[in-house]
Ligand binder design. Structure first.
Ligand SMILES: *Cc1c(COP(=O)(O)O)cnc(C)c1O
Length: 365
């Protein structure tokens, strides 16, 4: 018997979440953001379910190559552009659209030999201070690009730092509009949070939206809103089984550091899942989990290969009972990854991306 821990990728959920993205901005085209191997879900596993998108956005050239290998002929956008002038050859060969966020990338384009001009997305730093031209430099960069025979259409983009907060898009939106107002070209601004919360505003929606996390069934503005509020479904379930049951008496402790001490007698279940599987070690006592689809909680510290759950409210459970660490149980009960992430002081994004290679993954739907 293999170890019972495994992840399931739900194709039906990916497709439904993508449809939800489209419904939030029916007039925009949709980039399905699939960076980091589709947020840990696996590009090949997610591809069929997400190919209803208008394009795929990612940042690793090898992943772009894999998408072409899967047969995708539509747009692919490199969100960080090229890392080296030689990458432009692959862009020409694979017909990749790319972000231009700094002068060196324009220099490289100017020296690039190609028969087919490139479609580029010129990025404005509207306040996040990660990538993009400063407002004062943006129009100069646009003019330089516009003069290059290597460049076809120039689209305009920016990225929000605080789209999950009330009013968080206002200041960057003002900067973007002031700098780009009379420039031609398509616009792309919205990540998942901006799309779900403000996709009805044309200025936020633009021509292309860039949902990532929502496709995978995690809420971009949790805990303000959960996936139920947004009508999203978990696309990844992490499931295992109980491999041992312990009867604790009052005063007994659980796990390394003995951080949990029982106040009364209780049944404890040991689950085959630990931090070496990508489950967060910082998820302490009280972190939710499902046993046989019933909600319960972790007790004590997560160890490398195991963790412990309270079976007080799941009396029929025993060795072999199904445990859902996040996602949906076999009988359809849902534990949003956001709740587990919050208990561990992180976000759903990190948990998905951190699923360890040793965890076998299957696909359903
Ligand atoms: C990752 C990323 C997105 C998607 O963000 P989500 O919060 O996952 O929707 C959009 N745009 C850019 C530039 C990104 O890097």
């Amino acid at each position: 018997m293999p170890r019972p821990l495994h992840a399931v990728i739900h194709r039906d959920a990916l497709a439904a979440n993508l449809a939800r993205a489209r419904a939030a901005a029916p007039d925009a085209r949709v980039w399905a953001v699939v960076k980091a191997d589709a947020y840990g879900h696996g590009l090949e596993r997610a591809y069929e379910a997400l190919r209803a998108a208008d394009g795929f956005a990612l940042l690793d050239l090898a992943e772009a190559g894999r998408l072409r290998g899967l047969g995708w002929r539509g747009p692919i956008l490199l969100l960080e552009g090229v890392f080296d002038p030689r990458d432009l050859e692959l862009c020409s060969r694979l017909d990749l659209w790319h972000v231009v966020h700094e002068e060196g990338q324009i220099d490289a384009l100017g020296r690039h030999k190609t028969h087919k001009p490139h479609r580029v997305f010129l990025k404005l730093n509207s306040g996040m201070n990660r990538l993009g031209f400063a407002p004062a430099a943006f129009r100069g960069a646009w003019a330089r690009l516009n003069a290059l025979p290597q460049v076809d259409e120039i689209s305009l983009m920016t990225h929000f730092a605080d789209a999950d907060l009330d009013g968080g898009t206002e200041a960057p939106l003002k900067v973007f509009e002031a700098v780009t107002q009379d420039l031609p070209g398509e616009r792309s601004l919205a990540n998942s949070a901006a799309l779900l919360r403000e996709g009805d505003r044309p200025a936020v929606r633009g021509d292309w939206v860039r949902p990532g996390i929502l496709c995978y069934g995690s809420s971009p503005d949790f805990p303000a809103h959960g996936i139920q509020h947004w009508g999203l479904q978990p696309a990844m379930s992490l499931r295992s089984r109980l491999i041992a049951v312990q009867a604790l008496q009052a005063g007994d402790t659980v796990g390394y550091g003995s951080t949990f001490r029982a106040e009364r007698a209780l049944r404890l279940g040991i689950v085959a899942c630990g931090y070496a599987d990508g489950y967060p070690r910082h998820a302490g006592t009280g972190t939710p989990a499902l046993v046989d689809g019933r909600r319960t909680r972790l007790l004590g510290r997560v160890s490398m290969d195991m963790l412990a759950v309270d079976l007080s409210d799941v009396p029929a459970s025993g060795i072999g009972s199904e445990v859902t660490l996040w996602g949906r149980s076999a009988d359809g009960a849902v534990l949003p990854i956001d709740e587990v992430a919050q208990a561990a002081g992180t976000v759903g994004y990190e948990l998905m991306c951190a699923l360890a290679p040793r965890v076998p993954v299957s696909v359903d739907g």
